[in-house]
Design a protein around this ligand. Structure first.
Ligand code: ADE
Length: 234
């Protein structure tokens, strides 16, 4: 799977994507990252990428030309339309389900906004999906793009070497992950739950499922409501 990222801070994105598990996946040829500096596409003599907002107000707005030309260059190289994500808090919140759906694409383009945003006309022209990472504001789309690319990447077969770790973790089956323990058996006067030492896999599985349910009910009861089957006649 190939990810293109359009940004005015390429170093920030490169560091996130070329380290750790995603970096390994790129070396192994499973993922490919193409991070492009929007500034390189600016036709302005000072390579400007932003300007004052029409109608006034604080901050600057990213101009349409460099963003559009950078996007066009990629689409031209690919030879077909590419699903294009704009990272913004003014969007539906990204979920694990979205990560899995995006992981089915061959290529994705992520556009990172800055300042007060990007001229709406270029967004209307190129964006297919508006994505927020949560109900808070971060300083730029780069951090959000890192989160979204990471969550999608780990759903691409071969990226996680221990495949089962993607199946048993939080949100799989709509529940939070059960608690984990490792050596030593007693730490800080606290013993590992007896059942995990029993060697009885069926009992361990049942205990973990129960812990997942209890945790979810306690911390995120909204997830249980989402998973409930549709009720009829109410
Ligand atoms: N840019 C700033 N805040 C963001 C958010 N919550 N999600 C996506 N992009 C953003």
């Amino acid at each position: 799977m190939k990810f293109y990222v359009l940004t005015i801070f390429p170093e920030m994105v490169e560091t996130m994507l070329r380290t750790s598990i995603l970096g390994r996946a790129e070396k192994n040829g499973i993922l490919e990252f193409d991070v492009r500096n929007i500034r390189d596409y600016s036709l302005d003599k000072h390579k400007k990428t932003d300007d004052y907002p029409y109608g006034g107000g604080a901050g600057m707005v990213m101009t349409p030309q460099p963003v559009f030309d950078a996007h066009q260059a990629i689409v031209r190289e690919e030879g077909h339309p590419v699903r294009t994500i704009y990272l913004t808090p003014a969007a539906k919140v990204f979920t694990q389900k979205d990560a899995k759906a995006f992981a089915k694409e061959e290529e994705l383009i992520l556009l990172c906004g800055h300042y007060e945003g990007v001229d709406q006309r270029v967004l209307d022209a190129i964006v297919t999906d508006y994505v927020s990472i949560g109900d808070y504001v971060v300083t730029g789309g780069e951090i959000a793009a890192g989160v979204v690319v990471d969550a999608i990447s780990r759903m691409v077969p071969g990226v996680l070497t221990n495949e089962s770790s993607a199946e048993e973790e939080s949100f799989e089956g709509g529940l939070l992950e059960y608690p984990q323990y490792t050596r030593p058996e007693i730490w800080n006067d606290v013993k590992v739950p007896e059942i995990l030492l029993s060697g009885d896999h069926a009992k361990v599985d049942a205990w973990r499922k129960e812990q997942s349910l209890l945790r979810t009910r306690e911390i995120r009861p909204d997830l249980l409501k989402k998973e409930a089957p549709p009720s009829h006649g109410e």
